[in-house]
Structure formats: structure tokens, C-alpha cells
Write a protein that binds this ligand. Structure first.
Ligand code: SAH
Length: 465
């Protein structure tokens, strides 16, 4: 180890930086996280530095550094990105007694700045002694993803509670308490009620761990997004990481199920288009039964669980059973599909609202306010609309909709086998028959693929023809 990591006390201390360009900005962004007094010497500072100075976050001196400018400074950064100037300012700072870092010059630097994951007061510093900055960035990205954004707040409040937790025997019981706090109950409480809720939660958690150390079951209703695993939220990933049981529907792709904890039990509660293959009551019972054994259950639903997902029925069943639950939102099919055609769902001057409709409901074809939809400029995302396309077309035309209204159907949005069909209200049923979509498909009424993407859609249409 050629460099020894330490955490330097900088509160109220002086840190000086010379430079006004990109290198200076990168360092300043880090330094501004500290409670140090920052001084920047730059004859031509970048606008961001001017803004920080104007906001009182640092002191800006618009000239080159001179001897004596770094008196009493703890640290000095030479960030002019100019070998000669950096050597000159570094010599001044050294003479003034500051520890010196020359940006991108490891050999002449007395210290290096690590990559930082900031969950103040929890700080993770990553260094590779200049050997592999790429690796440092990858480790940082990995940690950023794994450590909840709320960790800092949780740590601060947790620290104040350490004494109280001493009533639990040392070892496993205490570890379980803190694990529960940092990774489950704490983040949830913070989300629901902020810091006040955390204080209540800490006490309640302690009471719980004091009487019964065994875990309680819980159900997370998690949105799996449209299929691309990269469109999962970090919260969804965490829930999958912690799951004992994952109950998923047909829309959830195998790539996403791969991400569940190795030991997790995967249950397919898949339902076919018309009529469920497992009844809703059976699914509700399945969720409750597993949660009652103390399992962390993830009820994983395609897209966003709050959109055409029969979420309320499942929540009712779970809460009637006295089991805790929470919802993790996901990217709905309409969002992924509209992104695929390069359009936006609402647009100034075209439509100030967009509807999410279902083509069928439990009774069959779903009736909607077709007359309102038939007006010019309306936009609707129609879920589960494949089988009812002819019915929808008929209703809209009957209500006076223009037959040339664009319709775009996106099959398997966000997945490698995504297909786009651009057609019109008039041609919809025949175009759909030709396309013979077998995957989930979302239909946009009133939207066509953006010009620059139209050729792509046409090619696909020709291939289908
Ligand atoms: N909760 C889901 C919707 C469930 S209803 C969500 O928010 O997306 C099921 C319908 O969603 C399918 O019939 C289809 O119309 C649509 N859908 C889901 N995933 C899709 C995808 N990847 N591409 C296109 N449509 C999709």
C-alpha cells in the first residue's frame, strides 16, 4: 500500500484550488460536499465557479496564485491543467505548508483523492493508487446502486439510538436489529413519514426484536417494468435481492426473474389474456399463505403494478390478513412504448391529456367514452387491445372519428424482439391480422412514430405485409 487512506478533519479548515476549467470543476464538486473553507484562484473561472462564489459556497479570486496565497491551507489542488503552471502553484503551496495534489500527476502529488460514495455521515472512499480509474468507477457505481440514498439520514438517527439497542444481547440479535433497520424498516419509514417516523420506528423495532427475534412476513408489490431488465428501478432490484418468494405474472421476463435471490422460490401466477389461468382468489391466497410463514414476498407485476394490475384486490387480501405491505412503482408499457416511437404522450398544442384504456375487462370488451376519444387530437394508450381492435375501431368510427387517425401498435416494447406497426384506424384490423403479434402489445390511438423513425416502422410494416 503506497497510499494510506485516512479521513481528514476539514470542517472550518482552508482548502485552496488553483484552476478554473474542467479539472477544477470536477474537484470542486467533491470539495463542496465538505464543510471546509474553499478558495479558488482562477483568472478565467468557469460559470459554475462564478455561481458557487455568488452563492457564498466558495471564495473566488480572479487572478493567478501568488506566494502566501496558501498560508494555513490544509490541502492544495493544482488544477490548471498546465504542467508549468501546476508546478509553479504546487511549489508555492508546498512552501506554505499545504499538502499538495496535482491533478492527473500522481508522481508529484503528496495525496490523491479517492472516488467517493457519499451517504454522509457514511462515506466510502475507493482508491486504486492510479492503477485503474475504470475499476474505481465501476466499484463506485456498484456501491451507489446498493446503498440506499437514505443511508446517511438513517445512520445519523441510528447513531443516536445505539445506546438503547444495548438491551439486546450482543451478536446476532443486535446485528439482525440493525440489518432490519438499515435495509428494511428504516428506508420504508423514511419514505412514509420522514425523520419523525424513523424515531418511532426505531423504538417499535426495538420492542419487536426484544420480544420475538423471528422475522415477520411482508409483501412488496413490485413493478417489473416492460421487460428490459435495465428498466427496473433500484428499489425493485433490492426487493428481488431480499425476496424469499417471488410470485410473478406472465409479463415478467426471464431476464428479470434471474435477478431474484438465488434461494428465492419463484411462482408463476401467469394469467392468459381472456380469463385467468389461476383465479384472483387463488393468487390472493397464495400471497397471504407465504407471507404468513414469515417470508418476504415479492408480488412482481409487469409494468407498473397500479395500472391494470388488480393491485387493490391483492392489497385488500394482504391487509385483511394483518400483513405489512408496500408498493414499488414501475415503468408502465405506455411509457416504454411511446419512447420506442420517439413521441411524447402529451404535447403542447396537440393533446393536454392522454388516456390509459383497457381493450377488455372482466366482462369482455370494455366500454369507454368513445365519443370523447373520437375528437381530433385525442391520444390514448390502449392496453390489452389486440383482440378487441375491431370492436374499438367500430365504436370510434361510429362516433365520428377520422378513419385516417394514426394508430401505432408496439409489441414487446423495450425487449429485443420489439416490433412497431404504424397504421390507421381504418386499416387497423387487417394490419393487425397480418402482423400476427403474439407478444404483449400496446396500441396508441392518435400517435404515429416520429418522422425520423417512420422509415423504420415502414420497413417493419413491409416485412409484415
Ligand atoms: N401493469 C402493466 C399492464 C398490465 S395489462 C403495465 O403497467 O404495463 C397487460 C397489457 O399491458 C398487455 O396486454 C399489453 O397491452 C400491455 N403490455 C405490457 N407489457 C408490454 C410490453 N412490453 N410491450 C407492449 N405492451 C405491453
Amino acid at each position: 500500500m503506497k497510499h494510506f487512506p485516512i479521513f481528514l478533519a476539514v470542517e472550518g479548515r482552508r482548502i485552496v484550488l488553483s484552476g478554473g476549467g474542467d479539472a477544477a470543476l470536477a474537484k470542486l464538486r467533491l470539495l463542496l460536499k465538505t464543510e471546509a473553507h474553499l478558495t479558488v484562484f482562477a483568472p478565467t473561472p468557469a460559470p459554475e465557479i462564478e455561481d458557487w462564489a455568488a452563492a457564498g459556497r466558495l471564495r473566488l479570486v480572479r487572478r493567478a496564485m501568488e506566494p502566501g496565497d496558501t498560508l494555513c491551507a490544509k490541502l492544495f489542488y493544482a488544477a490548471d491543467e498546465d504542467r508549468v503552471e501546476d508546478a509553479r502553484t504546487a511549489a508555492i503551496a508546498s512552501a506554505d505548508g499545504a499538502l499538495v495534489n496535482i491533478v492527473d500527476n500522481l508522481g508529484d502529488s503528496q495525496f490523491i483523492t479517492p472516488a467517493i460514495v457519499d451517504r454522509d455521515p457514511v462515506t466510502v472512499a475507493i482508491g486504486t493508487e492510479g492503477a485503474a480509474p475504470v475499476l474505481a468507477r465501476a466499484i463506485k457505481a456498484d456501491l451507489e446502486e446498493r446503498l440506499p440514498a437514505s443511508l446517511g439520514t438513517l445512520a445519523r438517527l441510528g447513531k443516536a439510538f445505539r445506546r438503547a439497542v444495548e438491551i439486546l444481547p450482543m451478536g446476532r440479535r443486535r446485528r439482525d436489529f440493525w440489518a432490519d433497520y438499515y435495509f428494511t424498516s428504516g428506508p420504508r419509514a423514511l419514505e412514509q413519514g420522514g425523520e419523525d417516523e424513523i424515531k418511532i420506528t426505531l423504538q417499535a423495532l426495538l420492542d419487536k426484536h426484544e420480544i420475538k427475534p423471528e422475522r415477520e412476513g411482508h409483501v412488496a408489490f413490485v413493478g417489473a417494468g416492460p421487460g428490459d431488465p435495465e428498466l427496473l428501478t433500484l428499489k425493485a432490484r433490492k426487493a428481488l435481492d431480499a425476496a424469499d418468494v417471488v410470485i410473478h405474472d406472465r409479463l415478467v421476463t426471464p431476464e428479470i426473474l434471474e435477478l431474484a435471490r438465488r434461494e428465492a422460490v419463484l411462482i408463476d401466477a401467469g394469467k392468459e389474456g381472456f380469463g385467468p389461468s389461476m383465479s384472483q382468489d387463488d393468487i390472493n391466497a397464495l400471497i397471504v399463505t407465504h407471507a404468513k410463514t414469515g417470508a418476504q414476498v415479492v408480488r412482481l407485476k409487469g409494468g407498473d403494478p397500479t395500472i391494470f394490475g388488480r393491485l387493490d384486490e391483492e392489497i385488500d387480501a394482504v391487509s385483511e390478513a394483518g400483513i405489512g405491505w408496500h408498493v414499488v412503482p414501475g415503468i408502465t408499457a405506455a411509457s416504454a412504448s411511446v419512447a420506442a416511437i420517439g413521441q411524447s404522450l402529451t404535447k403542447r398544442g396537440r393533446n393536454a391529456s392522454a388516456r390509459l384504456l383497457t381493450g377488455h375487462d372482466m366482462k369482455g370488451f370494455a366500454d369507454q367514452d368513445w365519443r370523447a376519444l373520437a375528437r381530433v387530437g385525442e391520444v390514448a394508450a390502449i392496453y390489452m387491445g389486440k383482440k378487441s381492435a375491431r370492436f374499438i375501431q367500430g365504436r370510434l368510427i361510429m362516433q365520428g372519428a377520422d378513419r385516417t387517425t394514426p394508430i401505432t401498435v408496439i409489441e414487446n416494447a423495450s425487449r429485443p424482439d420489439q416490433r412497431i406497426l404504424a397504421t390507421t384506424l381504418d386499416a387497423l384490423p387487417s394490419a393487425l391480422t397480418k402482423a400476427d403479434f403474439t407478444g404483449p402489445a400496446l396500441m396508441f390511438y392518435g400517435l404515429s412514430p416520429r418522422e425520423t423513425q417512420a422509415s423504420l416502422a415502414q420497413i417493419q410494416q413491409q416485412e409484415l405485409a
